[in-house]
Design a protein around this ligand. Structure first.
Ligand code: ZN
Length: 337
């Protein structure tokens, strides 16, 4: 495998290791601050955050200042994650948790506000990307810049690929959302039809052309051991070329907050302790998949594949189901289901 062989760097936020080490590393990336609606993630500490990381449609930027470590002490521990009441009404969350693909066609969910709504789910990377480095290294236009078509993603130290993780969670997520009466489109399917990619611009285009009501790109991070937890990446306001995120900033933020709150609840995971200031939210301006989106869209980094404790969770089918449930509940809440 062409994945990182070297041991992770010392665990400090200033030495976070990206997940695609064979690519040139960009030195720094200034990041916008994720500004929270206090009511949504009440109790979570809001601080300035620098984005990292592997969300991947990009060369991984690096955290340039240790910021969250001390402040993350305010991070809710697993089990004391924010109540869904903070971000998502308990009713819809509870009902979606009990959703079933065998629900009668006349169920409230099928006939309710979710009927006919479209969700695009983007499984990050592709398990075949590492065999197609020339193709995925091709530069594509992301409006504000040019970036690689796609990247390989990271793996756990045991070799479980982020691309396999993201596809599995995405498939679970699709089942949960379809059980709620939603139409779900994946940007790519497992199997030979898609030996690599799609490119990041196509991933965005799929959501746009589907006129998706919500788009979620599923990932896991690949940073130093000891860095733990999840974070949701929100689009920054960018404009240039084919990119203009102004119309999606606000709905994407609401979508991301819903997902973060529900993900914490269903998985018991805490917001990332290495970026986002303990909020579980980060805003980035360098991701083509966000910059080119005209639909409300976020990325989620479900955990750190390079941390043994996080990796154990990410490698568990039961945990992945909880992860998919949290994302689904967040989407359903956002859509008013
Ligand atoms: Zn990724």
């Amino acid at each position: 495998m062409r994945y990182e062989d070297s041991p992770p760097p010392p665990e400090s936020a200033s030495s976070v290791s990206p997940d695609r080490p064979w690519y040139g590393r960009r030195s720094t990336l200034a990041v916008a601050v994720a500004v929270l609606a206090p009511a949504v993630l009440a109790g979570w500490v809001l601080t300035e955050a620098l984005a990292d990381s592997t969300a991947d449609d990009s060369r991984p930027p690096r955290i340039v200042m240790p910021l969250a470590a001390s402040k993350a002490s305010g991070t809710p521990a697993a089990g004391s994650a924010p109540s869904p009441a903070a971000g998502t009404p308990a009713g819809p969350v509870a009902s979606s948790s009990t959703g079933s693909s065998t629900s009668p066609s006349g169920s409230p969910a099928a006939a309710g506000p979710l009927a006919g709504r479209v969700v695009v789910v983007d499984p990050g990377h592709n398990t075949g990307n590492f065999k197609h480095t020339a193709e995925i290294d091709r530069q594509v236009d992301i409006g504000t810049n040019r970036k690689e078509c796609d990247t390989t993603g990271t793996t756990t130290n045991a070799g479980y690929m982020e691309a396999a993780f993201s596809m599995d969670v995405s498939q679970r997520l699709r089942s949960l959302l379809e059980a709620q009466g939603l139409k779900v489109v994946l940007t790519h399917e497992a199997g030979p039809a898609r030996p690599f990619g799609p490119c990041i611009d196509e991933r965005a285009r799929i959501g746009n052309e589907a006129r998706a009501d919500a788009v979620v790109s599923v990932h896991a991070d690949g940073v130093s051991a000891g860095s733990r937890g999840f974070h949701v990446i929100l689009p920054a306001k960018v404009k240039g070329g084919g990119a203009d995120t102004a119309p999606i900033i606000e709905p994407s933020r609401r979508l991301g907050e819903r997902i973060a709150g529900n993900f914490a609840r269903t998985t018991g995971s805490a917001p990332a302790n290495y970026l986002g200031g303990g909020t579980g939210l980060v805003t980035r301006d360098d991701l083509g998949g966000l910059n080119l989106s005209t639909r409300p869209k976020v990325f989620i980094e479900c955990g750190n594949m390079r941390d043994a404790k996080d990796a154990a969770q990410l490698s568990s089918p039961e945990w992945r189901q909880k992860a998919a449930q949290g994302i689904a509940d967040g989407i359903v809440g956002f859509l008013g289901g």
